[in-house]
Design a protein around this ligand. Structure first.
Ligand code: ADP
Ligand code: MG
Ligand code: MG
Length: 867
């Protein structure tokens, strides 16, 4: 016998998530700690991988193992599968190792057929219930296994309700449902009557669903590997649709939007699982359950504490109450907003469930970004035209689009859109990914739209009852207002408000849990975190987010400002050095004022200023707009075939030393002025870009020192400052020893270093061949987002070793966009850099990622604390 492919829930969860899948491991663990879980078994992900490897054939022995597991289930439940009197019914549920909400399809009530349904009706004394279960099976089986379109069933159901003059499913009577079953079977005549055949085909269909386009899109969007496969869980059915003492719900152990402690969720009486999730009926808040089914509610509350103690993590569960008895059908780590993640981590430390270190390890740094998403300006004046549920916080403004394809299209064309749907399904995923926000007419806080949007940190308002959509006319109605696709709408997913037109948005503020958790992170991390900031405003923002200095201040933006551009152009077009010096003299006060602003905002902290970097022609107008023959000549002369590799960076400074001299003088004067005004001298670092040869830096260092000394002498003042270089060429990495002899510090400019190492021009890669590379998995990640550790990273490692070999005290940092990417930060920690520098909004992320890098060394990771 080869591998074992099937395990009972009562075998326990030790085999782990990889093999049993998330759902399977949860069911097994809950069974092990004595919680009420229906009996069942799991077919492993390995069976699925084998099935795929064999091109869609079950591996040897699988069918036999499943048959044996069914026999054990029959013994345990005392019912027989396919029995005509009182049949055993099961659900067949997919469950991959990584949660993929709504991606895979579940079939309920499997085991029913034309005779068993009569037996079930007799055994339960409830004919309506039996046929309700059967019609659901025929539909789900038809959709998932038979490939019949869901809307054809919906259409039949709608038609029957119309014929009977009712609006709700629950108003249909037993005879109606009997009729519905027969109509449904006409839509799928091959529906198998044999229970074991149903099971076999359902298991295969779950395996097959791993490869559906929507599952692939989801995996791509969430960086989930394609070769994991899914497990299949076969679970004895329990019934929430047996009348008013039954029901089904979804609950979280804490509020997933705010993190507030206490049970949170939704509940529907007399309903089966899918009804809540699919957003077909809008459910009631969980508090309603306390009134209707008090005993089951108390049991649920106790169960939730038990779960949190066990997992030390907020849980998201599915439950069903069958005639007053509670059953748990699923548990998993609850998705939450960034605000809730922070609050829960901090609260769990005070509740004694986690240590500070574990709390820091727990929060996903990428999520912090969400907190810094826009909200509606509290001072804005606006009229709320409709309200829905506040399903996922943040505000979004954009044009209304009514389908996912159009949302994707318009966003790619640079339009901001809000996706407006009656409800969303997994087929809408690509539209949700692109849209700024999502608004749905139906569905609760746990509907598909709500869950997916929360996971992405995207604003969502669901269950907006005032909304109706006319897809033929491409118009919507929001209460009194009629709007067309393309009109602008604003939604606030934090309050559930819907507003016609555009409203001013503001960045949100930071709360107490944020400060607490990041404070803990700061105590743990070794890497320092700086920001890339070119203006005093950015510098101030960065400081507010905890930046410990500026790692990159680019001076070219100062050259681009409107009132300066004429001076810059005159400088570039000068026909002699003297003339150029004259123009530079007029630019100097502007640069000095900029530096003063930045030094003031960063008082007491280091500020790295990079001297002019881009090719000069970037400052000139296009040739057609040349105002004179002389100007046209100069523009032509400066034009380069390949500016990225042309006269830029330190090459400019060596060709036109007067430009860098002016910049150094402006820096020194600004530093002196700020020192005088505030009594605190800034820690100035002057950085030369794009150095490849030690000789370049040797000359520019000389220029810097001479110019600064002259300024200081003239002012009879002293100033501590450093001179260093960006490392952004492979040659600079290789010859880091020679270059280090001329430098007080290095800052890895990993944007250009990635371009020059990979030979990729970023502008020509993204949206073009690089997109293709990522889709085809030639590359796993975008090297401009996450550092190419084995290529670019290896060059960095060489540079660090060679530089420290000759200059052990040299200060090393990174200032590419990678400084704000968690895995890249972890790599910088491992390399032993002194600091990372990133955009102001990413500073919190980098602080947290730097702490997690230390914790990983100590063996404290999110996975080990239940995440
Ligand atoms: P998903 O991953 O889409 O949530 P699930 O497999 O969890 O799919 O099942 C869909 C719905 O059916 C859930 O609400 C679940 O609680 C319900 N369900 C699944 N199995 C059973 C069962 N054996 N008895 C009752 N309800 C079930
Ligand atoms: Mg589902
Ligand atoms: Mg589920």
């Amino acid at each position: 016998m080869g591998a074992q492919y099937v395990y009972d829930f009562s075998d326990g969860g030790e085999l782990g998530r990889e093999l049993l899948g998330g759902k399977g491991v949860g069911l097994a663990e809950m069974t092990a700690i004595g919680l009420p879980v229906p009996a069942g078994f799991t077919v492993t992900t390995e069976a699925c991988r084998e099935y795929m490897r064999l091109g869609g054939t079950p591996p040897d022995g699988l069918d036999e193992e499943i048959a044996a597991a069914v026999t054990r289930l029959e013994e345990r439940t005392g019912k027989r599968f396919g029995d005509h009197a009182d049949p055993l019914l099961v659900s067949v549920r997919s469950g991959a190792a990584v949660s993929m909400p709504g991606m895979m399809d579940t079939i309920l009530n499997l085991g029913l057929n034309d005779e068993a349904v009569e037996g079930l009706a007799r055994a339960t004394g409830n004919e309506r219930f039996a046929f309700d279960a059967y019609r659901r099976l025929v539909q789900m089986f038809g959709e998932v296994v038979g490939g019949v379109e869901g809307r054809r069933f919906e259409h039949e159901l709608g038609a029957l309700k119309a014929e009977r003059g009712v609006t709700e499913d629950v108003e249909l009577e037993a005879a109606d449902l009997r009729e519905l079953v027969s109509r449904f079977k006409d839509l799928h005549p091959e529906f198998p009557q044999d229970a074991r055949e149903q099971l076999e085909r359902a298991v295969r269909a779950v395996f097959d669903s791993w490869e559906t386009p929507r599952a692939q899109v989801y995996r791509r969007a969430n960086a989930i590997p394609d070769d994991l496969g899914t497990a299949v869980n076969v679970v004895q059915m329990v019934f929430g649709n047996k009348g008013e003492s039954s029901g089904t719900g979804v609950a979280f152990t804490r509020d997933p939007s705010t993190g507030e402690p206490g049970l949170w969720g939704e509940f529907l009486t007399n309903a089966q699982g899918e009804d809540v999730v699919a957003g077909i009926r809008t459910p009631e808040p969980i508090a309603a359950m306390q009134e209707r089914l008090p005993e089951a509610f108390d049991q649920l509350t106790a169960t939730m504490s038990r779960l949190e103690e066990n997992y030390r993590e907020m849980q998201d569960i599915e439950f069903t109450v069958e005639e007053g008895t509670l059953y748990l059908l699923q548990t998993r780590t609850g998705k939450r907003t960034a605000a809730a993640a922070l609050r829960i981590a901090v609260d769990m430390v005070s509740e004694g469930l986690l240590t500070q270190e574990q709390a820091v390890a727990r929060v996903d740094p990428r999520q912090l970004d969400q907190l810094l998403h826009p909200m509606i300006d509290p001072r804005a004046d606006y009229d709320v035209v409709a309200r829905g549920l506040n399903a996922s916080p943040g505000a979004a403004t954009g044009k209304i689009v009514l389908d996912a394809d159009r949302a994707q299209e318009q966003e790619s064309a640079g339009q901001a859109v809000v996706l407006v749907r009656t409800e969303t399904t997994p087929d809408d995923i690509h539209g949700i990914i692109e849209a700024r926000g999502v608004l749905t007419a139906h569905g609760g806080m746990t509907s598909h739209a709500a869950v997916v949007a929360r996971g992405m940190g995207k604003p969502c308002v669901s269950g907006c009852e005032a909304l109706t959509i006319d897809l033929t006319a491409r118009r919507i109605r929001l209460g009194q207002h009629e709007l067309a696709e393309g009109d602008v709408l604003t939604i606030d997913g934090g309050t559930g408000e819907v507003i016609v037109g555009e409203v001013a948005l503001v960045p949100p503020s930071i709360d107490e849990s944020f400060e607490t958790l990041l404070g803990w992170a700061d105590q743990i991390r070794r890497l320092r975190v700086r920001a890339n900031a070119d203006t005093p405003e950015d510098a101030a923002k960065a400081r507010e987010f905890g930046a410990e200095g500026i790692g990159l201040c680019r001076t070219e933006h100062m050259f681009m400002a409107e009132e300066r551009l004429p001076l810059v152009r005159a400088m570039i077009l000068s026909s002699s050095e003297d003339e150029r010096r004259g123009e530079l003299e007029r630019l100097l006060p502007f640069q000095q004022a900029d530096f003063e602003g930045i030094f003031t905002a960063m008082a007491g902290l280091p500020v790295t200023i990079r001297l002019l970097d881009p090719p000069l022609h970037e400052f000139l107008p296009p040739l057609e707009e040349a105002e004179s023959e002389e100007m046209a000549r100069r523009i032509r002369a400066l034009r380069e075939a390949n500016p990225m590799l042309g006269t830029r960076g330190c090459r400019l400074g060596l060709l036109y030393p007067e430009i860098y001299e002016m910049q150094v003088r402006a820096i020194v004067r600004a530093a002196l002025a700020v020192a005088e005004r505030t009594g605190e001298a800034p820690l100035v670092e002057i950085m030369h870009p794009l150095v490849g040869f030690a000789e370049e830096l040797r000359r520019l260092r000389r220029l810097t020192l001479d110019t600064a000394s002259a300024e200081l002498e003239q002012a009879s003042r002293q100033l501590d400052y450093h001179v260093g270089t960006m490392i952004e060429l492979p040659r600079a990495c290789l010859r880091a020893d020679e270059i280090a002899a001329e430098a007080d510090f290095f800052s890895f400019g990993t944007n250009d270093l990635t371009q020059t190492t990979l030979g990729f021009s970023r502008d020509d890669a993204e949206g073009k061949f690089l997109t293709h590379y990522l889709e085809d998995r030639i590359l796993e990640t975008n090297p401009f987002e996450t550092l190419d550790v084995s290529g670019v990273g290896d060059l960095m490692r060489i540079a660090v070793e060679r530089a420290r070999g000759v200059a052990p005290e040299i200060k090393l940092g990174i200032c590419g966009e990678h400084g704000g990417d968690a895995p890249s930060v972890a790599f910088c920690h491992e390399l032993g850099l002194d600091y990372v520098s990133c955009s102001p909004y990413r500073v919190p992320l980098a602080r947290l990622a730097a702490a997690q890098a230390v914790l990983a060394e100590r063996g404290v990771t999110a996975a080990q604390v239940g995440g």
